[in-house]
Design a protein around this ligand. Structure first.
Ligand SMILES: *Cc1c(COP(=O)(O)O)cnc(C)c1O
Length: 399
């Protein structure tokens, strides 16, 4: 077993060696610009890009002409939301989202609210992070142009009923954008069955490279129109200019292909490891509570609060086990998790929360070791905590 152990797969995933093998030639021999039309270097690069485009499209039941390659899901979310708002100004200016969305959705919406005076509805969620379908229906009005809801949550693993939301948006004639970053390759995603109109995804959450993602845009029933946010050479049908990241795109295509092929088996295995970790922690740590609902959430997600323990201190002491407090994205900006707050977790427990993300290459041995280390450090922190109940109890026993 190699240390440290990586249990933070919602932040990013290691590149699968099969993905790296597929990418390698496109750094060295096949270095052409996919937009070069006059020589074989360009043609080969373009052929590789188109093969990857097909793989990404097929994985979500879309068609290749509907894929726009971007630098990742953050850019895809920006392009989708700003692009739809800009292109539909004549129709309306109301956007509906939910409190537990990723910052690359929520911060975009808030900027549009401040700077372009859109009307924004942020739907609340229940204690499991679930939205209410009736609330979605009620939020949609004559000026609504977009509903944007994620498929799977990156902190607590909650899966939204997107197919049901899709029926509501279709009936209302409103576009549905879905940030499916945590879902593609982990659970079945079908833009047709789910009634999605725009979908964001990224390679580095599914064992592909960082810095490459895509926005899928429906071309028929309805044809989705967006305003480009980056102008230049007119790449990607004019929707996202800039020389294509050929090795990244090739890796993205291969990563998606591998994830879809092995999904059923991997889901069972990852879920087994997650449940094993949960059992080991729950049996040894008193006062541990679950955030989210592992049984019907993402297979690899386990988010817990450990009463009386500062998560910051815990993750720093866990030098040989890589986990995250709350959300890595939220902690980049220093704030406490907006997701845990939205599901009603009390402030002290928000600061006591740890997120485990189990992935493709984790083993039982690693899970057992990680559980043992977490239990040890929790006990140590509780013994030294100046004002924990346990410490109080001990000192009163002593006196
Ligand atoms: C990681 C993540 C993103 C951002 O993706 P990048 O490719 O890193 O920009 C967006 N949404 C969700 C739900 C994520 O988990």
């Amino acid at each position: 077993m190699k240390l440290p152990i990586y249990l933070d797969h919602h932040s990013t995933t290691p590149v699968d060696s099969r993905v790296l093998d597929a990418m390698f030639p496109y750094f060295r021999d096949e270095f052409g610009n996919a937009a070069s039309r006059t020589h074989v270097f360009g043609w080969k690069a373009e052929a590789a890009v188109e093969a990857a485009r097909e793989r990404v499209a097929v994985a979500i039941h879309g068609s290749p002409v509907e894929i726009v390659f971007t630098s990742g899901a953050t850019e895809s979310n920006n392009l989708a939301i700003k692009g739809v708002v800009d292109a539909n100004a004549a129709k309306g200016n109301h956007v509906v989202t939910a409190a537990t969305e990723h910052p690359s959705v929520l911060d975009v919406c808030r900027r549009l609210e401040r700077e372009r005076k859109i009307e924004l509805t942020v739907l609340p969620v229940d204690s499991m992070g679930r939205i209410e379908l009736a609330a979605v229906r009620a939020a949609i009005g004559p000026r609504t142009v977009l509903v944007t809801l994620m498929l799977a949550n990156n902190e607590i693993g909650t899966i939204h009923p997107i197919a049901e939301v899709g029926r509501i948006t279709k009936a209302a004639g409103v576009l549905l954008h879905c940030d499916a970053t945590q879902a593609v390759g982990k659970i079945p995603v079908d833009v047709q069955a789910m009634g999605i109109d725009l979908l964001s995804l990224t390679a580095h959450k599914l064992y592909g490279p960082k810095g490459i993602g895509a926005l899928w845009l429906r071309r028929k029933n309805p044809r989705v129109r967006i305003a480009p946010q980056i102008d230049g050479g007119g790449h990607e049908r004019g929707l996202r200019s800039g020389t294509l990241n050929v090795p990244g795109i090739v890796g993205f295509g291969r990563a998606v292909e591998i994830a879809i092929e092995g999904m059923d088996e991997e889901r069972r295995r990852v879920r087994g490891l997650r449940d094993r970790l949960h059992r080991a922690l729950a049996s040894a740590i008193e006062g541990m509570t679950l955030n989210g609902s592992p049984d019907d959430g993402l297979d690899g997600n386990l988010n817990v609060s450990v009463a009386g323990v500062q998560a910051e201190s815990l993750v720093i002491r866990l030098k040989d086990v890589a986990v995250s407090t709350g959300s890595a994205c939220a902690s980049a900006s220093g704030g406490p998790s907006h997701v845990l707050r939205a599901i009603g977790v009390a402030d002290d427990l928000v600061h006591a929360s740890i997120r485990f993300g189990i992935g493709r290459f984790n083993t039982e041995e690693e899970i057992d070791y990680a559980a043992k280390r977490v239990v040890e450090e929790v006990q140590l922190l509780r013994e030294t905590a100046p004002c924990s109940d346990e410490a109080d109890a001990r000192s009163s026993r002593r006196s």
